[in-house]
Design a protein. Structure first.
Length: 243
């Protein structure tokens, strides 16, 4: 199965993706999520896989895709019809995404995960790629905390991108591409973040990027609010109670 899951705020964006591929199923879940998925073997082999072969994934998700296509080949050859073939598939499945569930580990105790393909991220190919990535993984937010200053409140604009820790190189490449920000690793989590706190970097480097290459999902509305706040802060409006 190939699937994309988003918050239902982005229902229109996901329906555009569904229309683009012209296959699969679209559903709305009770948990506030919308899902586009493709399960048909024919659609996977004739539409989804050819698309990502023509337009390769750049992050470590490409390793998952490579394993996925190899499993598809095994299924096509009916390898799943024997325990030996099925175990081979499970070994590959164990190296994808977050690995096997606890139940599968119990059912297949002899599983030996395969080595994941090595993905060498060579850099951002185009601003639109980065903007699309931000549409899925980025966050614009305003950090407001109590302080001992005159107003009693400190306001900071923050832009962040989060990804699995195995994509540390990707975050570093994005930092180099934008020429700003820092890399953070939250303790106790398999996560790496690219974060921009410096107001001038947000004003001079980030805002022009997203104005010239607009976000396509509901996150564009967050960006518009973010831009208005930047204008207020540039005029020091955040230093008085009304602002």
């Amino acid at each position: 199965m190939f699937t994309i899951e988003l918050n239902n705020r982005d229902i229109l964006l996901l329906k555009r993706v569904w229309a683009f591929f012209g296959v699969g199923t679209f559903t709305e879940r009770k948990n506030g999520k919308v899902v586009f998925y493709v399960q048909s073997f024919a659609n996977l082999t004739e539409v989804i896989i050819p698309h990502f072969n023509k337009y390769p994934l750049l992050t470590n998700k490409r390793a998952d895709f490579i394993i996925f296509t190899n499993i598809i080949k095994l299924l096509k050859d009916k390898e799943q019809a024997t325990m030996v073939g099925l175990q081979k598939i499970i070994n590959m499945r164990a190296s994808m995404n977050k690995g096997l569930s606890d139940n599968l580990k119990i059912v297949f105790p002899n599983t030996k995960p395969i080595a994941r393909p090595t993905i060498n991220f060579e850099g951002i190919p185009h601003p639109n790629w980065l903007v699309g990535f931000v549409d899925g993984e980025g966050c614009f937010y305003i950090k407001i905390i109590k302080t001992k200053f005159k107003l009693g409140i400190s306001t900071t604009m923050v832009f962040t991108l989060s990804q699995h820790s195995r994509d540390h190189l990707l975050m570093s490449k994005i930092m180099s591409y934008l020429k700003c920000g820092n890399i953070e690793k939250p303790k106790g989590r398999s996560e790496v973040r690219f974060v921009v706190y410096k107001f001038n970097d947000i004003l001079v480097k980030l805002l022009p990027l997203f104005k010239n290459y607009p976000l396509q999902g509901v996150k564009h509305k967050d960006f518009l609010d973010f831009s208005q706040i930047a204008s207020l802060m540039e005029n020091n409006s955040h230093l008085n109670s009304e602002g």
